[in-house]
Ligand binder design. Structure first.
Ligand SMILES: [Zn+2]
Ligand SMILES: [Zn+2]
Length: 295
């Protein structure tokens, strides 16, 4: 299994539009482990389409409890369970993650109980172990080291960027955040920084479309980063590749890859990828290319 990042859902926010991308979820395959980062709507379909067998679900990380990162967590675990999941899953999220999971299992109690009796399945409630984390070290598993940084996503206080490191390779997810300079230290030297981004010229049209105009605009400006700001973090951190993700707007016909690139090139000259659903970024190629340059 090659070390790789797969963006399963690339849009910011919970809305779905015909033919558009899906809310936030990613797959990271690193050091032989299968890691899911965020579980927005569409994560299950995305994992299956990426060739992942759901019964081998391994580690899941939730950056914060906004629905565009959480809504399909329970359905993913439940679907994996009905697909034959019988090994423990490690679920890591901010405070409140356990509450969500227990209430989901309560809501699905009829189905869970009947499948245990009727199909002889193990109890799903025993298969999922929950760790609610804060800033700092999160977990170490077989050489995979995970750490968290609290970022700036008001009014949510428990929102965490995540850094995954294995055998000298590292991938950092910004989570949802306004421009937050400490993120550059946290992402220092990473092979890949996946950073959220907004495009200024798209925001006006977006708020006009959604019908909750002023309030939505205030939230976006206070809690999210412009593409230029994501590029600034990547430059200050000295990462190898920047992946712009959690795109806002994500489905404006007047905004394509060229517009995103033009914005981020004001502050970032390195390797760049604009996320789309199903996009694969190989970690090995990033490292090999780096090796050639220094050889
Ligand atoms: Zn979000
Ligand atoms: Zn959010």
């Amino acid at each position: 299994m090659p070390d790789q990042l797969v963006i399963l859902g690339s849009k910011g926010g919970p809305a779905l539009r015909p033919g558009g991308p899906w809310p936030s979820s990613s797959l990271l395959q690193i050091g032989g482990r299968t890691v899911v980062v965020d579980c927005g709507l569409g994560v299950t379909r995305g994992l299956v389409d990426a060739g992942i067998s759901l019964k081998w679900l391994d580690l899941i990380f939730i950056t914060h409890l906004h629905s565009d990162h959480l809504l399909e967590l329970g359905p993913l675990l439940h679907t994996a369970w009905t697909a034959g999941l019988a090994t423990p899953v490690g679920l890591f999220g901010p405070p409140g993650t356990g509450h969500y999971w227990r209430r989901f299992c309560q809501a699905m109690e009829f189905d869970i109980e009947i499948r245990i009796v009727d199909e002889g399945r193990p109890d799903i409630r025993d298969l999922v172990s929950i760790v609610e984390f804060g800033e700092g070290h999160v977990v170490e598993r077989g050489g995979l080291e995970v750490s968290a940084l609290r970022v700036d996503h008001p009014p949510v206080t428990d929102c965490f960027a995540l850094r995954f490191e294995h055998a000298g390779r590292s991938v950092v997810f910004s989570a949802d955040t306004a421009f937050y300079p400490p993120l550059a230290d946290f992402a220092r030297g990473a092979d890949i920084l996946v950073h959220e981004a907004m495009l200024e010229q798209g925001i006006e049209r977006l708020v006009a479309r959604t019908g909750n105009g002023a309030r939505l605009k205030d939230h976006l400006l206070a809690s999210h980063s412009f593409a230029e700001e994501a590029g600034r973090i990547a430059s200050d951190a000295g990462v190898t590749r920047l992946v712009l993700n959690h795109l806002i707007p994500a489905d404006d016909p007047e905004i394509g890859e060229a517009e995103w690139i033009a914005a981020v090139r004001k502050t970032w000259a390195g390797d760049l990828t604009i996320a789309r659903d199903g996009l694969v970024v190989e970690l090995s190629s990033a490292k090999a290319a780096q090796g050639e340059e220094t050889a």
